[in-house]
Design a protein around this ligand. Sequence first.
Ligand code: GDP
Ligand code: MG
Length: 494
Amino acid sequence: MAGILQRPILVGGLGLSVAFALWEGLDKSGGGELGEWGLLGLVAVGAGTWLFKPRVPELDLTPLPATIDRAAAERSIARTQAALSQLEAEIANLDGNKTEPTRNLAHFTQQLDELTPSLDRQSVCIAVAGGQAVGKTALIEVLQSSDIGQNSDVSFVEVPALFTREAKDGDSILPTADLVLFVVAGDITDPEFDAVQRCVAAGQRTIVVWNKQDRCLSGDRADLLQHLQSRLQGSLKTEEVVAVAAAPAPVKVVRHQADDTVTESLEPQSPDISTLTARLSQVLTTEKSKLIFASVLRAAVALKQDIKIYLNQIRRDRALPIITQYQWVTAAAAIANPFPALDLLATAAANTQMIVDLGNIYQQKVSLEKAQVAAANLGELLLKLGLVELSTQTIGTILKTTAVTYLAGGAIQGISAAYLTRIVGLSLIEYFQQQDIETTEPKSWNWDAFGSILKQVFQQNQRTEFARSFVKQAIVRLSPQFTPADTRAIVRDV
Ligand SMILES: Nc1nc2c(ncn2[C@@H]2O[C@H](COP(=O)(O)OP(=O)(O)O)[C@@H](O)[C@H]2O)c(=O)[nH]1
Ligand SMILES: [Mg+2]
C-alpha cells in the first residue's frame, strides 16, 4: 500500500485518498473488520461523477516493415536492444534474489550481441521443408551436387517432416534459415497451404517446389503448375512456384527389335531440377544480402518477443499483490455500502487507481484523467457483459445456502466485488502484456479487445479451484471470526 500513499489521488474529492490512507494505516496496524467496514463507505461517497465520459478512439496496430534492408534490420536490433535495456532496468529495481533474472539477462545479451555481426555474414542457409516422403532428402541430394551445392557458402538443412504427430504446428519452419524450399508432391493440401502462408506471413522467404512432377503426364504438367501458381498467387510470385523431379521413377521402355522380338527394360531417369536451380541462383546472386538482412530482422523480432515474455513474467509478479490490495478495498466498500450504485462508484474509483498502478508496472504511463475515463468505460463494459451479476452468481454457486446465516450482511456482495476486481486486475495484466514494450505512451484503449479479454479471463476462472479458494480466502479476510478450517461449513466441495 505504500505505493498508493506516495501518490494520493483525488478522485472527485478527498474521499478516495482519505479512504486509501486510512486503509493503509489499518493494514499496517493489522486493523480488524470494524475499521474496514466503517471507513470504506468513504470510498464510495468520495468517488466522482465521471462515469459517463466520452469514449476514446480505438488502438491502431503497427505494421511490419515493408522494405527489408540493412537499415530495417538495424532498426529492429535497436528495438530489441531497447527492450533489453528495459529488462535490465527493471531487474535492477527488483527486490530479492536476482540470480535467475541476471542469468537470463546475460543469455539475452549474448544473443543480441550476435545479431549485428551476422548482418555481414556470407553463408546462406536453405531449409527444405514439407510433409513426409515428399522428396526433401532426394531434393537436397541433387541440389548438393548441382552448381549451387558446390558453392561453399550455401548449405541445406532438412526440416523434420511437417504434419506428423510429432511435428510442432504453427511455428515458423526454421527461424534461422534464410530461405525455405517448401516441397509438395502434387496439388497442395490445405495444411500445406496454411504452412506456406505462415512462412510468408513470418517474413520467411519461401519457394514452393512441386516435386515428383514425373508422376504426372507430361501434357498435364504445365496446367498443374499453373494451377498451383494461381492458388498461391496472393502470397507468392509465379516464379516462386516451380516444378521438379528430384528422383524420378525409372521408365519402362519397350523396344521392338529387328527380329520382331519385343524387349522391355526399366530405364533410370535423371533428376530434373533445372527450374529450381535457375531460380535459386538468380535469387542468390541478386538478393543474397536481402535474405540475410531479413533473417537477422526475424531473429531480432523473435528475441525481442522472448525478452517481452520474460519481462511480462517479472511484471506480473509485481502486479499480483497490487490487485490483491484493491480487491479487498472494493470488497470492504461493497460491504459497507447498502446502495449498489454507490458500490459501482467505489469500484470505479478503485479500478482507476488500479489502472494507474498496473500501468506504471507495465510502463504504460496512464494519466489520472485517462484512467478515470478508462475506469468509467470499464464499468459500463462490466455491466454490458453482465459480469457484475455473473460474479455474484458464481460466488452464489460456490457458497452453501447456510452461508447467509453465517456471514455478515453484505459479505456475499463483498466477496463478489473482490472477485470481480480480481478478474478486472488479471484482465488488465493481460491487456497491458499485449501492448508493445516500446510504447510507454499508451495508445488509446481498445475496448473490444479488452472486452474479449475480460470475458475470457472470467470464463477461465469461473468454476475452477481458483474461484473456490478465492471465496475461502475472502471469507477469512472479510469475516475474521472465521478460520480457514471454518470455511468448509459454508463453501461447497467440488
Ligand atoms: N516419382 C518420384 N519419386 C520421388 C521423387 N523424389 C523423391 N521420390 C521418392 O519419394 C520417396 C521419399 O523421398 P524422400 O526424399 O525420402 O522424402 P522425404 O521424406 O521428404 O525426405 C522416395 O521413395 C523417393 O525415391 C520424384 O521426383 N519422383
Ligand atoms: Mg527425408
